[in-house]
Design a protein around this ligand. Structure first.
Ligand code: SF4
Length: 206
């Protein structure tokens, strides 16, 4: 991604009271986390292939913090439900995103809301990690990216019985398995220090 595009995005986000930091490499992003994961912090995460690809889940497991690990082996349904509620009082909540526009808006889609809800309210800080492949021009492109790329891939990954898993694009289904239940657009915040975007050069997630 060229420098001008990144600068334009950072500027637009800033106008919406959202700070963004650009990381040219995965190593620099990981180092940022190593510097900021202070002992005893409680850290929650949303489902995110991006975080997995960067190795952040493993880093969190090895760190001296209280990691609300939804991927813990043999976690029960009840434990997971509690963990989702605990995310709301975490010190830091980490998540990927589905698209970000050059106008400075952050788009997310969620099936049960456990990812988008704590991004919007609850945790003291929210860090959104975004590969530059998620950058689009405007709202229409963001929705199109979600409908034609992100959601069908995610539905397939989750073994959902939805038409998009066969056609590779959104068919506006009404299936009980539909993962597109909650769309959110973040276009500002009262507390300028709360949500921060970490932009990472390269293709991460989908
Ligand atoms: S609305 Fe249905 S068909 Fe469209 S992307 Fe979501 S799950 Fe797939």
């Amino acid at each position: 991604m060229n420098k001008e595009t990144i600068e334009q995005l950072i500027k637009s986000l800033k106008k919406n009271r959202i700070e963004a930091i650009h990381f040219p490499s995965k190593k620099e992003l990981v180092d940022y986390f190593i510097d900021n994961l202070k002992p005893n912090l409680t850290v929650g995460t949303g489902d995110s292939l991006t975080l997995e690809q960067i190795g952040l889940f493993d880093l969190l497991r090895k760190s001296n913090i209280n990691f609300l690990d939804k991927y813990k082996k043999d976690i029960t349904k009840a434990e997971k439900a509690k963990l989702y509620r605990d995310n709301f009082s975490s010190d830091i909540f980490l998540s990927g995103i589905n698209a970000i526009t050059l106008e400075g808006k952050i788009f997310n889609l969620d099936g049960n809301g456990s990812r988008v809800a704590p991004i919007i309210y609850g945790p003291k800080k929210v860090l959104l990690i975004c590969g530059t492949n998620k950058i689009v021009q405007n709202d229409d492109e963001a929705i199109s990216r979600i409908k034609n790329i992100a959601a069908p891939i995610d539905a397939k990954r989750l073994n959902k019985k939805t038409p998009c898993t066969k056609t590779g694009k959104c068919e506006d289904c009404k299936s009980p398995d539909k993962i597109c239940n909650y769309y959110t657009i973040i276009q500002g915040q009262f507390d300028q220090e709360r949500i921060k975007v970490l932009l990472l050069d390269g293709e991460y997630g989908f």
